[in-house]
Ligand binder design. Sequence first.
Ligand SMILES: Nc1ncnc2c1ncn2[C@@H]1O[C@H](COP(=O)(O)OP(=O)(O)OP(=O)(O)O)[C@@H](O)[C@H]1O
Length: 325
Amino acid sequence: MTARTDVPVPAHDSPAVWCSGLRKRYGRRTAVDDVSFAVGRGRVVGLLGPNGAGKTTVIKSLLGLVRPDAGEVMLLGRPATEPVSRAAVGYLPELFRYQPWLTPAEVLRLHVRLAGARVSGAEQRDRLALVGLDDRADDRVGGFSKGMQQRLGLAVALVARPELVVLDEPTSALDPLGRADVRDVLLGLRESGVAVLLNSHLIGEVERVCDHVVVLDHGRVAASGSLEELLGRRGLRLRLGGLDARALARLASVGTLERQGDVVTVTLPTAGAEPDANDRRVPDLVADLVALGVRVHSVEPVRMSLEERLLDILRSATPAQEVAS
Ligand SMILES: Nc1ncnc2c1ncn2[C@@H]1O[C@H](COP(=O)(O)OP(=O)(O)OP(=O)(O)O)[C@@H](O)[C@H]1O
């Protein structure tokens, strides 16, 4: 998490999103409870969590579409309460509908005007091409499929050259090719320094593009951190020859063992928050095995998937835990 300081930070150096202590209740139901996180410039951050966890409410609170009961939000270095803070934010809502009588070209033109931005017609066409709609630029939106509407929504979010893009379920209606296109778009944004906050149930997609993940559960941050921090290196799979009791004991000294013939899987005791470079466990283990006369045919890391980790986090009964810095 990014700590707030009293030293003024130039707007372009400050995180794209910074929120602290966000809370929102609807009647007696607490939708968001003490949520804090940051999205750095040029970072892609995934917001994950089960249905009703509060993801959309957090996004709407960040963008001023929902008034939080408590908490502070800074967007691109300015308090989110100042409308100007949203001028450089592109947003794709979870549910949206464009005027069915407009064409995509007209929708983009309208949003460029609403954003008060100067974006040439050629650049607007480029945005349509980026989302694969250039050949439908002059058709009526009313005749578009769900996936085509979603592509248009993405083009709208990107058209005014945002510094921060907030995408709420951007690929729910897309085919696999469309999802791959969006992935490329997100990676391109990251490369050009644009920050992205992505809410998606497609965990594989989040795992491929996100640098950092925030997991919400019952309105609270259940875990957050980089993929390395959250997934770590869970274990090792080794193919070994000449195993004896001493070698097995050495293997067991680093974690719990599972053996199938000459393949041994070692589950390491922690999720491996430490970076690989500082972790001497594997080279030391291999050197010791060799010294014990074991023939080491292969050593490969076994990392849990984000999906497995998410299920672990959500099933564990422990209250909110923080993994992120
Ligand atoms: N306008 C509203 N009025 C009353 N309750 C609401 C409203 N919006 C959201 N909620 C409640 O707040 C909680 C969080 O909803 P939210 O839409 O933020 O969840 P989510 O994580 O985005 O869910 P999903 O993955 O299903 O989209 C839910 O219990 C929901 O019923």
